[in-house]
Design a binder for this molecule. Structure first.
Ligand SMILES: Cc1ncc(COP(=O)(O)O)c(C=O)c1O
Length: 444
């Protein structure tokens, strides 16, 4: 097949997700290794966003590929009702790396399924049905997960494609506080407001949140926020669900983002980095207290592909690669280097409103005006298919051989944790030059 045919058939016969289908001409990728991928014309791109913030250990990792091959030869599939060695081995490993107290696991094949299971488990266990989520969040595309999503991807499926009972709290965003406060004078009003919601709503089963918000802007809470929410949850018998689909597996410089604040969630969900996306795997991890409830109550959930051996073996290999190659320490070290470089850009470009991040998880947010923080584009622009300034800059970056994810008014920088200083220099130099587009837009 010619590259033209590959692109034409892909665009005509398969759906381009989260977009209007018109004018979709996807780039064909033919190869990927380390921090780079290659298109059909042989051009190489630095993968500054690990595809969808998921290929954490980099492309073509030999140990993970070997684990897939070995498992395929040994036992490719077993129905979820059977025990397998790989299931037991991964469970043992998870007990070593997950936050303390999370000891019973449900394996699925995506982040959205992991959250579906979490919400269902929370409702069955508590007997309550309301779920508090926050604006500026993404939890997945299926009924409960999209209902719990605060960003505009939810709008198009309302009211038919989602579940009832989800209510939204203000997000914790110290750059654009939804309550117009500033930290630390605010005394974490955004967390305290959630207590007010719980008291006035009643029937709240759980709060679901990204401990460090991903796609919606790498929002890092101040140190008091998560411990305060943990306390509120304990006081009102509400479960805390940490969605670490994107923030887990070393991305923030710890195994899990909640580890930064020593907070133990009742349920933790994850996917993406668990296998570095070599195969699709989702995980819902719960405490034994929750698990024990189902000793005498029907666990009403399951999938044909639950605990699929081919998804579990590469997870073991990917986790061991993180550990053996000390990639989480590396995320801290390279994150500091990246922060230095991006801060230099901020000082130079009037179009940068904020640079924020933790580990190798950074956002560069663009504004028309650094004082008023007015954005170039809105969420409405995004879902209405209006051309966005960040997309124009991302396209310029592609021309320059750097792939970077953009969302409404910011870029998400989350490279493989194996990235070198030279690659960071290359990326930042190109971002520096491409940002001329935004600086020029200020003059227009
Ligand atoms: C925080 C978070 N939760 C859930 C999901 C959904 O994961 P998946 O796309 O694997 O269904 C994502 C995906 O980006 C995510 O970032």
């Amino acid at each position: 097949m010619t590259p033209e045919e590959v692109v034409a058939i892909t665009a005509k016969h398969t759906y381009g997700t989260w977009r209007f289908q018109k004018n979709w001409t996807p780039l064909q990728i033919v190869d990927a290794e380390g921090c780079y991928f290659t298109d059909a014309a042989g051009k190489k791109y630095l993968d500054l966003s690990s595809q969808l913030m998921c290929v954490s250990i980099g492309h073509k990792n030999k140990a993970v590929i070997q684990a897939i091959e070995d498992q395929a030869k040994k036992l490719a599939y077993a129905a979820p009702g059977f025990a397998t060695e790989v299931r037991a081995e991964l469970s043992k490993l998870l007990l070593e790396v997950l936050p303390k107290g999370l000891e019973k696991f449900y394996f699925s094949t995506s982040g959205t399924e992991a959250n579906e299971a979490a919400i269902k488990i929370a409702r069955m266990y508590t007997g309550k049905y309301k779920i508090i989520s926050r604006y500026n969040s993404y939890h997945g595309s299926t009924a409960a997960s999209i209902a719990a999503t605060g960003d505009p991807r939810r709008w198009a499926v309302e009211p038919s494609g989602k579940i009832d009972g989800v209510i939204f709290a203000p997000e914790c965003n110290c750059y654009r506080c939804p309550l117009n406060h500033s930290y630390p004078d605010c005394e974490i009003a955004c967390a305290n407001y959630i207590e007010h919601m719980i008291k006035n709503e009643s029937n709240v089963a759980a709060i679901i949140l990204e401990p460090v918000v991903g796609t919606n802007g790498i929002l890092i809470p101040p140190k008091e926020y998560l411990p305060r929410l943990r306390k509120i949850c304990d006081d009102y018998n509400v479960l805390l669900i940490a969605d670490e689909v994107m923030s887990g597996w070393g991305r923030t410089g710890k195994w899990f983002a909640v580890d930064h604040w020593d907070v133990q969630p009742d349920i933790l969900t994850t996917a993406k980095g668990i296998t570095s996306a070599y195969v699709p795997l989702g995980l819902t991890a719960t405490t034994m207290k929750i698990a024990d409830y189902f000793n005498d109550h029907y666990f009403s959930h399951g999938h044909t592909y639950e605990a699929h051996p081919l998804t579990l073996a590469p997870a073991i290999a990917a986790i061991n690669e993180l550990r053996n190659n000390k990639l989480i320490d590396r995320a801290v070290e390279m994150g500091e280097y990246l922060n230095e470089k991006l801060s230099t850009l901020k000082a130079k470009h009037p179009s940068i409103g904020d640079v924020r991040g933790i580990g190798l998880f950074y956002a560069v947010e663009l504004v028309k005006n650094q004082k008023t923080k007015e954005s170039f584009n809105t969420k409405e622009d995004k879902v209405n298919g209006k051309p966005l300034l960040v997309d124009k800059i991302a396209a310029e970056m592609m021309k320059r051989g750097v792939y970077i994810q953009s969302w409404v008014s910011h870029f998400i920088i989350a490279p493989p944790l194996i990235i070198s200083k030279e690659d960071i220099d290359f990326a930042v130099k190109n971002l520096d030059e491409a940002l001329t587009i935004a600086d020029d837009a200020l003059k227009a």
